[in-house]
Design a protein around this ligand. Structure first.
Ligand code: C2O
Ligand code: CU
Length: 424
């Protein structure tokens, strides 16, 4: 009895009744011997961090517990987090997706694939063990182009026992055409003594790539939640933070972390720093370290080729995105078995950059345009694939379920740029 369009790929904003079979098919197609509903932590697992989030619509967007963005959720590595999501009055339903956190499939929060949207008056309890130290975020995965833009998101941080020293979180977002940090337009001040180092966790919650930098030397400590091995000081260059992606930057006070129209001002800061001409090449940054698996002997090899062609969605003609030549490719597009080593070649000839996001897994970048990575293992969950570029990535299929692999420009999935990875 769900209203039309409140689930299926509607979660990413497909027009009501449109969008093809992807969501329903994925949800209905039971994996042999298991279903997403059983791929969850047991309901009676002892919980360490318990949070209730109440979502409401207001005139200009949405709030969680009365604030926009929602409250930060923070755990120590190994703790079990339980989040009770309550929908007060968001008409089209909501979910929460734990972006970058490789949770059990049943808790991934993808309406129409791993659960139904939570309708007004309803609730859903998410549970996961916070095994991965690092910077993540959560956001609604229902009509995401509207709900994420409207504020249904927050930060999720996992620290090692003992913490990581002085730190600050910067959720960067466009509200009403203004760049905000943690919901506040302009600069956010973080107190620090001169000479003190500060980890600034930068999250790009918008649609396009964002440049982050400091006028004084800084280091890139982590990308998409994973530590960079042996990060060296950077000067005169910015870090590109992919839509949906994160970068942890370490600055020494006083310093300003510039975030494209907003800033985190550490210890009083200094004058605004001009946009540097250079960009940190993460393919070469830091030094090599073991990957923990051998990407040289993949058991599955996939192409994910992004293009564009004329077509119809919900009867509306347009130029729509394609994957391997098709809009909304058949389910399952990519089938794996647990334990497979997967190599994927992401290529783009569509005329625009696409920030590609794989759910439930972290992939390591092996090469760009055929040039092998030589720096620290560059683990990603979100990766900008510019027009004309080709990236080779690899990951271990170690998290059974049905997982989205889509563009994080949040209007693009409803225009065809979404595929699913399914375990058989
Ligand atoms: Cu951050 Cu499927 O999304
Ligand atoms: Cu896109």
């Amino acid at each position: 009895s769900l209203p039309a369009g409140s689930w299926s790929v509607a979660e990413m904003g497909v027009p009501d009744g449109g969008g093809g079979p992807v969501g329903h098919a994925a949800h209905d197609m039971a994996m042999p011997g298991r279903s997403v509903d059983t791929l969850r932590l047991p309901a009676d697992v002892p919980v360490d961090v318990q949070v209730t989030l109440v979502a409401r619509a207001d005139g200009s967007g949405y709030t969680l517990n009365g604030q926009r963005p929602g409250p930060e959720i923070r755990a120590v590595a190994g703790q079990v987090v339980a989040v009770r999501l309550v929908n007060a009055d968001v008409a089209r339903g909501i979910t929460l997706h734990w972006h970058g956190m490789d949770v059990p499939n049943g808790d991934d929060g993808v309406a129409g694939v791993t659960q139904d949207a939570v309708l007004p008056g309803g609730e859903f309890v998410y549970r996961f063990r916070a095994d991965q130290v690092g910077s993540y975020w959560y956001h609604s995965h229902q009509v995401a182009d509207e709900q994420v833009r409207g504020g249904l998101f927050g930060s999720l941080v996992v620290v090692p026992p003992g913490g990581v020293g002085a730190e600050a979180t910067a959720l960067v977002h466009l509200f009403g055409g203004r760049r905000t940090v943690n919901g506040v337009p302009g600069d956010v001040a973080v107190p620090a003594a001169a000479g003190q180092t500060m980890r600034v966790r930068v999250t790009n919650t918008d649609d396009g790539p964002m440049r982050a930098w400091s006028g004084s030397p800084y280091r890139v400590l982590a990308v998409d939640g994973t530590d960079v091995h042996d990060p060296t000081p950077v000067s005169g260059a910015a870090v590109l933070v992919t839509a949906g992606g994160r970068a942890d930057l370490e600055v020494t006070a006083p310093a300003r972390v510039e975030l494209g129209g907003a800033a985190v001002v550490v210890g009083g800061g200094g004058p605004p720093a001009p946009v540097p001409s250079g960009t940190v090449d993460l393919l070469r940054y830091g030094s090599p370290a073991p990957l923990g698996f051998d990407p040289g002997a993949p058991t599955r090899i996939f192409d994910y080729a992004i293009g564009r062609r004329p077509g119809f969605i919900g009867g509306v003609p347009g130029l729509y995105w394609t994957i391997n030549g098709r809009m909304y490719p058949d389910i399952p597009m990519f089938t794996v078995a647990e334990g497979d080593v997967v190599r994927m070649r992401l290529s783009n000839s569509s005329g625009e950059v696409h920030p590609m996001h794989l759910h439930g897994h972290h992939a390591v970048v092996l090469a760009r345009d055929g040039v092998p990575a030589t720096g620290s293992p560059w683990w990603i969950d979100s990766l900008d694939v510019p027009d004309g570029a080709t990236y080779d990535v690899a990951f271990v299929a170690d998290n059974p379920g049905v997982w989205m692999d889509h563009c994080h420009n949040l209007t693009h999935p409803k225009q065809g740029l979404v595929a699913h990875l399914m375990y058989d």
